[in-house]
Design a protein around this ligand. Structure first.
Ligand code: ADP
Ligand code: MG
Length: 606
């Protein structure tokens, strides 16, 4: 009988584990900083040479380790952070796998020096490619210093994948920035070849963000707070002015841990729909606090991914908290108009006032049959669009688009408080405030107002469904069927009536009227896929919103159009009572501000 199977030696299993956890210098640094933070450090310094390829050293002032613990910490599956099975259900530390140190030590020339505050001397352990070479006493300050030289020297395949020193240094700085945002109470420094990459003093979140994303950018950040019995959401988000082309400035944290999660990212981007262009991303630092047993972080060795027990609740809580801020377009309120950015208390009062105004405008929004004239027209266009291809939508008479509802003089929203100078090119409204010239795109503005009303109408009137003359059968995957069954009632709420038809086939007997002509089955599949992935129906909302914005666009002032002063006033008034007033439903800006100081610069008056 032959024996083919052997148990691998530990140096090899550590190398295999390293393959998962240690991808590049930045991942080593992430693990080491996590350890420092778990050890209660308040000062962490990172030194790298040649982007970390030659040397990495992380020094902290945390609680350190005894000689015995230091030796144990290099063993596989040795950890001080969990003890019994049930601890896995409620992880409160960043680490818990007991894998990082042995993995890193197995693919580098490694040394660990550590001292507990209560001890007079430290312990230094030298490891070479996973083999302990020396253990000795050493003099050092309390805390821990880990040094990693010649990473992957014994793993040539990995070595080949390392990039230039600059690229690796960039990744290192990114990793530190992410962790630093989550812990503004900890000081971080980083040098590459003795050149300083980062120096972050202890401070608060807003200042830390300013240090990480830039001071100018930080002036355009707005606080987020959301609190229900399940999740607490805090942080800062940007308006459209800071839109970037990549997702790297979206920092999201679950219970203090930086994560890249599809559900969380989707929730954030859903909230930004219509506020920034597609393919652009905001600056966001969001902290979601959940009971630890609601999140599983034991998903991937790098711990960047998590699973939520109640995914859709988390998704909607995040989307709701971000939308709440964006819907008020806080960036329209410059410090010269209200001291939003400078004073927390007045900012708060102002935000509350705006929220109250928005609330009031919703409260007085009439029911479908009582909509004022323009909305009735929109309703007409709405039914036209259902029966005609969208591009041939008839344009209703635009001049009467704005009817006063209740123009009260005490409404001092941003737009109403501007004084009107006139109209330019019959397309732009020119206004001024104390120290600003404000140019408003009248089409974009009226489109936004019309869109909100349409949407409101859709919400209050429910979403109409249309019976199919010949019900359609649709083949689904097993998981799609399960989702269809689970969300059967929600799907009916948005107009889809489904019945089981045996096996993985379902019968569709009604579809939402608005999309009846636009391949509703394709939409149904998208909705099911979305429900499966995120537990919410982003796809349906997407389709609905793009349809509504197309109708809104065709139903209001288009091209050049002379407006009377009264009509401009009405438009400005409505803008103040519209959510997301700063951009049209396609994400284009509604207004542009030229500051007095900018003009003075142009005319060399300064
Ligand atoms: P984990 O962090 O998952 O427990 P690691 O291999 O990263 O696994 O670390 C093993 C153990 O070594 C930790 O549980 C901790 O007790 C100890 N340790 C590691 N780094 C430090 C540090 N910087 N300061 C104090 N203790 C540390
Ligand atoms: Mg660790």
């Amino acid at each position: 009988m032959s024996q083919r199977i052997t148990i691998l030696p530990e140096t090899l299993t550590n190398k295999i584990a390293a393959g998962e956890v240690v991808e590049r210098p930045a991942s080593v640094i992430k693990e080491l900083i996590e350890n420092s933070l778990d050890a209660g450090a308040t000062d962490i310094s990172v030194e790298i040479n040649v982007g970390g390829r030659r040397r990495i050293r992380v020094t902290d002032n945390g609680h350190g380790m005894s000689r015995e613990d230091a030796l144990l910490s290099l063993e596989r599956h040795a950890t001080s952070k969990i003890k019994v099975d049930s601890d896995l259900e409620r992880i409160l530390t960043l680490g818990f796998r007991g894998e990082a140190l042995p993995s890193i030590a197995s693919v580098s020339r490694f040394s660990l020096a550590t001292r507990e505050t209560s001890s007079t001397e430290g312990t230094e352990i030298i490891v070479d490619g996973g083999r302990v070479r020396d253990v000795r006493a050493c003099g050092m300050a309390p805390g821990t210093v880990v040094s990693v030289e010649q990473i992957f020297f014994n793993l040539p395949a990995r070595l080949k994948f390392m990039k230039s020193a600059e690229t690796e240094a960039g990744h290192v700085a990114d990793v530190i920035a992410r962790m630093a945002v989550s812990r503004p109470d900890v000081a971080f420094t980083c040098t590459n070849d003795d050149r300083e990459l980062l120096r972050l003093q202890r401070s608060d979140l807003q200042r830390r963000l300013a240090q990480v994303v830039g001071r100018d950018s930080s002036l355009h950040l707005y606080p987020v707070t959301g609190n229900d019995e399940y999740a607490t959401i805090t942080g800062f988000i940007s308006g459209p002015a800071l839109a970037r082309s990549g997702t790297q400035t979206i920092y999201t944290y679950i219970n203090g841990r930086f994560i890249r999660d599809k559900v969380v990212q989707h929730a954030v981007m859903q909230a930004y729909r219509g506020v920034i262009d597609r393919g652009r991303y905001p600056v966001v630092a969001l902290f979601v606090e959940l009971p630890p047993e609601e999140v599983d972080v034991n998903v991937h060795p790098t711990k960047h991914e998590v699973r939520f027990r109640r995914q859709s609740i988390v998704h909607d809580a995040i989307q709701g908290a971000v939308e709440k801020v964006l819907s008020r377009s806080p960036w329209l309120v410059t410090p010269s108009v209200a001291t939003y950015a400078t004073s927390e208390t007045t900012g708060q009062a102002y935000r509350e006032r705006i929220a109250a105004a928005a609330q009031a405008s919703l409260a007085i929004a009439p029911l479908a049959e009582h909509w004022p004239q323009p909305i009735k027209q929109l309703g007409k266009v709405l039914s036209e669009v259902v029966v005609s291809p969208a591009d041939n939508v008839k344009v209703s008479e635009p001049a009467t688009s704005f009817q006063p509802e209740r123009l009260s003089t005490e409404s001092a929203g941003y737009f109403s408080s501007l004084s009107i100078l006139g109209q330019f090119h019959s397309e732009y409204i020119i206004c001024q405030s104390d120290s600003e010239l404000v140019v408003i795109d009248q089409h974009a503005a009226s489109e936004r107002v019309a869109y909100q009303r349409l949407k409101q109408q859709c919400l209050t009137g429910g979403i109409e469904s249309q019976r199919l003359l010949f019900p359609e059968t649709v083949e689904l995957s097993f998981s799609e069927v399960a989702v269809a069954v689970r969300f059967c009632l929600d799907l009916a709420g948005i107009g889809f009536e489904l019945e089981p038809f045996g096996g993985t086939t379902i019968m569709v007997s009604a579809v939402p009227r608005l999309v009846a002509k636009n391949d509703p089955i394709l939409l149904l599949r998208d909705v099911l896929a979305d429900l499966e992935r995120f537990g919410t129906s982003g796809a349906f909302n997407d389709a609905l919103e793009s349809l509504l914005s197309r109708i809104a666009c065709h139903s209001v002032i288009r091209g050049a159009h002379q407006l009377e002063n009264r009509q401009i006033k009405e438009l400005l008034y409505h803008m103040d009572h519209t959510d997301f007033a700063a951009s049209c439903p396609h994400g284009r800006p509604v207004s542009h501000v030229v500051k007095l100081t900018e003009l003075q610069k142009i005319f060399k008056r300064t």
